[in-house]
Design a protein around this ligand. Structure first.
Ligand SMILES: *Cc1c(COP(=O)(O)O)cnc(C)c1O
Length: 223
């Protein structure tokens, strides 16, 4: 069951300042259709198999965002249709995306996932790894990275009630975004700073987010 009141409230609150990606992992195609009928088109999924099943069933004008941990051997399954891969955190993964995008005869947009939280368990590049990856793309040249477009950064803040800490983490990601947004490569065109979830999207937007990824606030708690 979708919480329509929360949806309308969220859309009003975002007021065009940030795009809403509705995170539908573990939720049914029926739930997704409820939001679709309200006009929602961007949906986020974390698991390749689940995403493929839903993509087959659901309207083809849905823009699917992949936001989960991605294994390189599964990129081929989503390359034909994915709108945005938000969780690139290694050069190996980027290389496989390039390869599969070429096979699918597409240019695929992606975000680099940066580790900003204090928790150890979250995926993503640290500052040095981010710098190295961007340098590799810049140095590799346009031919090597023809089929991908790096359109920004994604990050998750700590699960914490400490507003100051969460804000500091978002601010750090925004600073990195600003640092690399001018990178000179035909494959880097920053436009998207993906940060903010059900518990912290307001803070994220205040700190410069252009895309929030909200699940439980819209779809209820996941079991
Ligand atoms: C599950 C998930 C979300 C949504 O989380 P909620 O707290 O339910 O809004 C956002 N981003 C990522 C990367 C996720 O895995």
């Amino acid at each position: 069951m979708v919480n329509k009141e929360n949806y309308h409230q969220l859309i009003n609150e975002l007021d065009g300042k940030a795009t809403l990606v509705a995170v539908s992992k573990f939720k049914t195609a029926e739930d997704i259709m409820e939001l679709y009928q309200l006009g929602q088109r961007d949906f986020g999924e974390n698991y390749v198999q689940e995403l493929m099943e839903k993509q087959l069933l659901l309207p083809k004008d849905i823009r699917w965002h992949f936001i989960g941990h991605l294994q390189s051997n599964k990129i081929k399954f989503i390359a034909p249709f994915i709108q945005l891969v938000e969780s690139i955190d290694s050069l190996k993964l980027l290389g496989e995306l390039q390869k599969q995008a070429k096979k699918a005869n597409r240019v695929i947009s992606c975000l680099l996932q940066v580790h900003i939280a204090s928790e150890e368990t979250k995926f993503g590049l640290d500052e040095n790894e981010l710098q190295e990856l961007i340098a590799a793309v810049v140095n590799g040249g346009e031919e090597e990275w023809r089929q991908i477009s790096i359109t920004g950064l994604m990050g998750m803040a700590s699960f914490s009630d400490d507003e100051r800490q969460v804000r500091t983490e978002f601010r750090k990601l925004k600073t990195l975004y600003d640092t690399y947004s001018g990178s000179s490569s035909g494959s880097i065109h920053f436009s998207t700073l993906s940060m903010g979830m059900s518990g912290d999207y307001s803070l994220a937007v205040e700190e410069g987010s252009t895309e929030v990824r909200v699940g439980s606030l819209l779809f209820g708690k996941r079991s």
